[in-house]
Structure formats: C-alpha cells, structure tokens
Design a protein around this ligand. Structure first.
Ligand SMILES: [Mg+2]
Length: 173
C-alpha cells in the first residue's frame, strides 16, 4: 500500500480557529477565519506574539481542538486503501505531546497508533504523499507534497492544492 503522511494542526484539527477564539475572548476582538486570509496569526495582530505561547502551553488547548470537517470519514475510507500516518511537529510545543495523542485516540480510534509520528523536522519523513498546510514542510519532503488549504496559505501556488477533505478523497479514491 502507498503511504500518506497527514499533518495534524490545520489539516485534521482546527488550530487557528481555537487561537482566534481564545484571542477574541482575551483581547475583546472579533476576528474570524476570513480575517486571516493570506496572513499568519502574528501578521493579523502583533499581540499574538505574546499571547499564543500562553495558549499553546495549556494542555487543554490541544485536547479541545475541533475536528476538521469531513476528515474522520475521509481517513476512515482512505485507510482501507492506503497506509495512513499522522505526522505532527510536536517539538515546538512539548506540552502538546500527550494531549495530541489523546486527541487522536478519541477522534481517530480506527487509526493504528503505531502510525502516529510526533517529530521535530518533518524532512525525516519517508512517505509517498504528505498533506500539510505549511509550505515549508512540503519544501523538504521527498515524495509528493499536497498543500491543504488554510487561510494563511491562500496565496501559495507551488503545490497541488486540496481545499477540503472532499477534495482529498477525490484525489486519492
Ligand atoms: Mg499544520
């Protein structure tokens, strides 16, 4: 079977949405995902620099992320024809390791936990495909890199773009 590596934050978990919700509550702002188009959080509002590390240091942050729409059904179907690996750069926020594991077991119980890869630099990953929202992870990937759409990457044209999990299924099945 061919091997597909799947990123977590912003691909199967709604990372930016949670950041915006916490920031809005914290700073009395009303940002939505639409405000993030073409921007990173810190480009949207400078104050994210100081705030975001506090948010991510809480274990509850990663435990309570929403699941991206359609990802569970799609991965359940894809896992019958492909080897699915979840590959996440957890070392930037070491406190995220345990909650990320729990989150995966809760929301993707049908995946083999031996296929959960918590890593630092993703260039070590060997797979046929990598689905990731961060172009720099695709730059160093040796297989076929697929860019999963996120507000911050709307202006990147370097990779085949998959806009949502319906499109991922259409691409592979
Ligand atoms: Mg990501």
């Amino acid at each position: 079977m061919k091997r597909i590596a799947i990123d977590m934050d912003e691909v199967i978990s709604a990372f930016s949405l949670k950041c915006l919700q916490l920031f809005n509550a914290d700073c009395q702002t009303k940002y939505t995902l639409a405000n993030l188009h073409g921007k990173l959080l810190t480009e949207l509002d400078q104050r994210f620099h100081e705030k975001v590390n506090d948010y991510l240091a809480e274990e509850s942050f990663f435990l309570n992320l929403d699941v991206m729409e359609g990802s569970q059904e799609a991965l359940r179907r894809l896992s019958k024809q492909y080897d699915i690996f979840i590959v996440t750069a957890a070392m930037e926020f070491p406190a995220s390791l345990a909650p990320k594991y729990q989150w995966l077991k809760k929301h993707f119980p049908f995946l083999n936990e031996k296929h959960f890869v918590f890593c630092g630099d993703k260039s070590i990953i060997c797979a046929d495909y990598l689905i990731d929202d961060t172009p720099k992870n695709l730059d160093t990937f040796k297989g076929e890199g697929l860019l999963f759409s996120a507000p911050h990457n709307v202006n990147n044209n370097a990779y085949v773009r998959l806009n949502n999990w319906k499109e991922v299924e259409q691409y592979f099945l």
